[in-house]
Design a protein around this ligand. Structure first.
Ligand code: PMP
Length: 432
């Protein structure tokens, strides 16, 4: 038996309880191609959610690169191999100076783990500041950076939090640069607090587009006051590019470039090799030397020849198909369609995003901005029933999270928005 209920029962028995699935009716996907998915009954879904298959599900160039290298050699980085050098050269070529060296890992969590140790190696201190509504990974060390996924015994004393930016409900009530200065002040306060502890202040880690926080609309230069405070206090800035990186935001290859900031360390993951498990840390030669001289880091699978071939194929595909420009063009089109929907429906309190990460925030009342949490959940589930895969996110889980693979075109956006319009028109705001 392979029906959904029997699979759910086997999952619970074999994988343990509380292993999450998406949707009231979980989807059993058996095949993918480009921006499309098929379930076990042969039903086709438009994938408006998955960022890991960055250049499209089962992208032929990536599949071919993986199988060619797997049929030739797969070892690890203790043997000499050009694959990793060619990849790191090409990858770091997309970053600004002095970000020219990299460590390859297997996950974003490992990349952030390494980044925290780099902060320690460079500053000799341990204290880290993060946003209070983020996720940076699942290792024992980096799970400390999440308050939404608090470890059983609570967060450690070396981690301090600042309020995640929210452009719809900005800190202190003012948007734009006033909000930016309030954020920088909050970072400054936490630095002072850390300096009073044995940990001291080592660095600030943020997603430069605050994707998990709900991708607030922040003007260019918004992050600069906070980063200035960090540098003045001798800390480093770690940009977690796991979500916005590799051109997703359309305007730039990296989220920090949109903010005109050069981070000290950048961490990468999810889309990096289209589903083959690859993560990475990019930094300057100085920070890399400090780290390499402090720790003897080796990662058995990180940077293996097959992973490098898969990751290289992603960069080639992005460039050959001009997928970053596509993300920008389709993203602009999507923003216009979102604004049209917001004109039509009062319960859309805010629309935002950039490139192929976009969404709308649902409220029960636009004056009070009370989040329409259940409504958003019902919309997401109804979209799934109509064959459109998307989700929700943010502090109140009332923002639609639309983040499709990069080959997503305007024809796909049309199907998405026509269906969404229909679902918004037929889903009651208040549940009866
Ligand atoms: N950083 C961010 C911003 C993430 O969203 C995630 C995963 N959702 C991670 C790090 C961790 O990546 P991984 O699951 O590959 O360890």
């Amino acid at each position: 038996m392979t029906g959904p209920s029997s699979l759910l029962e086997r999952r619970a028995r074999l994988l343990g309880p509380n292993v999450s699935t998406f949707y009231d009716e979980p989807v059993h996907i058996v095949k993918g191609e480009g921006v499309w998915l098929w379930d076990a009954d042969g039903r086709k879904y438009l994938d408006c959610y998955n960022n890991v298959p960055h250049v499209g599900h089962c992208n032929p160039r990536v599949v071919e690169a993986i199988s060619r290298q797997a049929a030739t050699l797969n070892t690890h980085t203790r043997y000499l191999h050009e694959g990793i050098l060619e990849y790191v050269e090409r990858l770091t070529g997309t970053f600004d100076d002095p970000l020219s060296t990299a460590i390859l890992t297997c996950t974003g969590s490992e990349a952030n783990d390494v980044a925290l140790r780099m902060a320690e190696a460079v500053t000799g201190r341990r204290g880290i500041i993060a946003s209070d509504f983020t996720y940076h990974g699942n290792t024992s060390l980096v799970s400390q950076l999440s308050r939404s996924n608090v470890p059983g015994v609570g967060n450690s004393d070396w981690v301090r939090f600042v309020p995640a930016p929210d452009s719809y409900r900005p800190l202190g009530g003012e948007a734009g640069m006033a909000h930016a200065r309030a954020f920088a002040d909050a970072v400054g306060e936490q630095i002072e607090a850390l300096k009073k502890t044995e940990h001291g202040f080592a660095g600030l880690i943020l997603c430069p587009f605050f994707v998990n926080e709900g991708f607030p609309a922040l003007p260019e230069g918004w992050l600069k006051p906070a980063i200035d405070v960090v540098r003045r206090e001798g800390g480093i800035f770690i940009a977690d590019e796991v979500q916005p990186g590799f051109g997703r935001i359309g305007s730039h290859m990296w989220g920090h470039q949109r903010q005109a900031i050069v981070p000290d360390v950048v961490t990468l993951g999810k889309p990096m090799a289209n589903g083959h498990p690859v993560g990475g840390v990019v930094t300057s030669p100085d920070i890399m030397s400090a780290f390499r001289n402090s720790f003897r880091y080796f990662n058995t699978f990180g940077g293996n020849p097959v992973s490098c071939a898969a990751a290289m194929a992603v960069l080639e595909e992005l460039e050959d198909k001009d997928l970053v420009s596509n993300a920008r063009a389709v993203g602009d089109y999507a923003q216009a369609r979102l604004r049209d929907l917001a004109q039509k429906y009062d319960f859309i309190g805010d629309t935002r995003g950039s490139g192929l990460i976009f969404g709308a925030e649902m409220v029960l009342n636009p004056a009070t901005k009370e989040p329409a949490i259940d409504f958003t959940d019902r919309v997401v589930n109804e979209m799934r029933r109509r064959g459109i895969i998307l989700s929700k996110l943010g502090r109140h889980k009332n923002t639609l999270k639309i983040r499709p693979p990069m080959p997503f075109g305007t024809e796909h956006a049309d199907l998405l928005f026509e269906t969404l319009d229909d679902v918004l028109a037929s889903t009651p705001l208040h549940h009866g």
